[in-house]
Design a protein around this ligand. Structure first.
Ligand SMILES: Nc1ncnc2c1ncn2[C@@H]1O[C@H](COP(=O)(O)OP(=O)(O)OP(=O)(O)O)[C@@H](O)[C@H]1O
Ligand SMILES: [Mg+2]
Length: 250
């Protein structure tokens, strides 16, 4: 099962992804966490340090063409991927990172797409923390996702991005099994507005997450999500999302 977490910038994608990974990692299954944001911060949210990123493989790829010899590119690349996948406690982590130097991220994006397809068969679950906005959809980086979770706050911009993602997926015929909305940092008043939006757009709301002082605290102190207590509302509710995916959806 591949779950991609998307949405407008700053809505809480990384927080939600990190908590999903935290809870799924306790379920004794093979899990791959993917940080697909070039401005990577999923490792920090998980409290792990990553030495290598996919961005660096791009350089290796260019330097090492001769060294590939008779091996085809695909095989060569697959070997290299495993040098980048970092083994963490209960899951593996792949960080896309940023290609060195100038230029766009197309190459890294298309690498990621091919790599996800290759890695899929080795894992039970893959959770992808995406870059803000529409990039990964327009480039079809995550076209193999089974479920997309769009994280939004109560802002008009957050909801507009959610709507655009849904429309773009339809336009590009990215066929996922389902698209869900997670509304984050919302109060009661905003809940009504978001419910109406979800109804109008035919989106299912997976969970409402309140503004959580515990989240602010760990953020200020630079601590990972594992530092959240079991009393944290966000912690409890993302746990419910994981139970839903593992028990209801699977
Ligand atoms: N429920 C919440 N309560 C309080 N603060 C929150 C909550 N959710 C997220 N935050 C804070 O909002 C900020 C953005 O969260 P996060 O980094 O998870 O968003 P993002 O969507 O991944 O952002 P980006 O688009 O930059 O990758 C962080 O400082 C985070 O601690
Ligand atoms: Mg993020």
């Amino acid at each position: 099962m591949i779950i991609a977490v998307a949405g407008k910038g700053g809505t809480g994608k990384t927080l939600v992804s990190a908590l999903l990974i935290h809870f799924i990692s306790k379920k004794n299954s093979k899990l791959l966490a993917v940080d697909a944001d070039p401005d990577s911060n999923l490792p920090e949210a998980l409290g792990v340090k990553v030495e290598k990123t996919l961005g660096a493989v791009r350089e290796l790829f260019q330097v090492s063409r001769d060294e590939m010899g008779t091996m085809n590119k695909e095989q060569w690349l697959e070997g290299k991927i495993y040098e980048v996948v970092c083994e963490c406690d209960g899951y593996d982590l792949l960080v896309m990172g940023r290609p060195e130097g100038e230029g766009c991220y197309c190459f890294a994006n298309s690498l990621l797409r091919g790599i996800l397809k290759k890695l899929m068969r080795h894992y039970d679950y893959i959770v992808v923390d995406s870059e803000a906005g529409l990039e990964h959809f327009s480039r079809k980086t995550i076209d193999s996702a089974d479920y997309v979770i769009i994280v939004t706050d109560s802002s008009k911009k957050g909801l507009t991005t959610a709507k655009r993602i849904k429309e773009l997926m339809a336009e590009l015929k990215i066929n996922v099994k389902d698209v869900f909305l997670v509304a984050n940092k919302v109060n009661r008043e905003a809940m009504e507005k978001i419910k109406k939006f979800a109804d109008d757009e035919n989106l299912k709301i997976l969970e409402f997450l309140p503004y959580d002082e515990e989240v602010v605290k760990i953020d200020v102190e630079g601590l990972p999500v594992t530092a959240l207590s079991e009393n944290s509302e966000v912690y409890k509710r993302v746990k419910k999302i994981v139970d839903f995916f593992l028990e209801v959806v699977a």
